[in-house]
Design a protein around this ligand. Structure first.
Ligand code: BT5
Length: 324
């Protein structure tokens, strides 16, 4: 029961740069031409802009940047992901809330999303800056049938899904920095945080945290991260509709995680390597205990990073911070 206005928005998005006629909308939605016209006026009042030509119809020029769950749902192309959405203005952390909901039995694909996080976090409890209304701060509760050792690979699955979604919606191609960052021109625009709830031999839930700087302008980044962070808007030069991006992320997350569970890591690995800026470069990897310098030569079928050290040996790195 999607509101009709969002059924219209969905069709305008799907048509991309081909106009849709009022008659076509009226036929498809089984409403009158006058009703279509009224909905278009309503959408215009909400900030949508169309190019309307008498003969050809409507072409979407601009859509306002809101995360209204019913809009996200209207744009979904998924079976399960995003069919349940918890949306709030402000949350401590979408991860924390998603963990609670997962324990209470939330369904596979449940999305927790908000405008602002007051205690957003990265790995090792580092702070994740989540400015109000600027980014996508979301967690997906996933219930794949996998063993706990397979959970870290979902970070790489997510990285691939995110590069596809971002490219589809914006035309920008971020590079994947092992294990959990997406970069544009060497600056971080996205961080991924994969956590799980598991028994010794079975995953109950993966809580997939995704933070994307979307509509930030340079001055929106505080001093702490101004020199390392960037946003999609800075790269693209115009505002992006976050709801449309969220819907695409859910689409690719569902598709690639399904593929991973059904067919294993091999195909994801190939896509990951193609989009990675880590492989082939000399890097410094800092683990909790040690620092290694060498050439990143690949990832294993488990997503572990292989570093060719200067003494000719290969060091396998499971988790680290990387400097290029
Ligand atoms: C990450 O950690 O990159 C994972 C970030 C995951 C955030 C999402 S948002 C939705 C969900 N709810 C949460 O509470 N978290 C997830 P890590 O690799 O540890 O990187 C953290 C480091 O990135 C920080 O120490 C800063 O240096 C930097 N940083 C913090 N905020 C940033 C931002 N908005 N953009 C770019 N870099 C940032």
């Amino acid at each position: 029961n999607t509101p009709i206005k969002y059924e219209i928005v969905k069709r305008l998005f799907a048509a991309k740069d081909k106009p849709i006629s009022g008659q076509q909308l009226a036929d498809e939605l089984q409403i009158s031409r006058t009703a279509v016209w009224k909905y278009m006026k309503q959408l215009e009042e909400e900030g949508y802009e169309f190019e309307a030509t008498r003969k050809k119809g409507y072409l979407l020029q601009k859509s306002p940047d809101t995360l209204d769950p019913s809009k996200i749902k209207a744009l979904l192309e998924t079976e399960r992901f995003g069919r349940e959405i918890i949306y709030e203005e402000s949350l401590t952390s979408t991860q924390t809330i998603a963990h609670q909901l997962a324990q209470e039995g939330a369904l596979d694909g449940t999305l927790v999303i908000c405008e602002e996080q007051t205690e957003g976090r990265g790995r090792l409890m580092r702070e994740w800056k989540s400015q109000k209304g600027k980014g996508i701060w979301m967690s997906i509760i996933m219930r794949p049938d996998v063993a706990p050792y397979q959970a870290p690979q979902f970070t790489l699955v997510a990285a691939v899904a995110l590069t596809y979604a971002i490219f589809d919606v914006t035309g920008v191609s971020p590079a994947i920095k092992w294990p959990n960052d997406l970069l544009i021109n060497g600056m971080k625009c996205t961080g991924i945080l994969t956590e799980m709830q598991a028994d010794p031999d079975r995953v109950n839930a993966i809580i997939m945290g995704i933070g994307i700087n979307v509509n930030h302008q340079q001055e929106d980044f505080g001093e702490e991260i101004a020199s390392i962070a960037t946003s999609l808007r800075i790269s693209l030069g115009k505002e992006i509709d976050r709801a449309a991006l969220v819907a695409k992320i859910l689409y690719y997350m569902e598709a690639f995680s399904k593929q991973y569970v059904a067919e294993g890591f091999e195909k994801i690995k190939t896509l990951w390597e193609k989009n990675s800026c880590t492989i082939g470069n000399r890097i410094k990897a800092t683990t909790l205990r040690e620092t290694f310098i060498g050439k990143a030569v690949g990832i294993t079928k488990d997503g572990v990073l292989q570093l060719l050290l200067d003494d000719g040996t290969i060091k396998e790195i499971i988790s680290a911070d990387i400097e290029l």
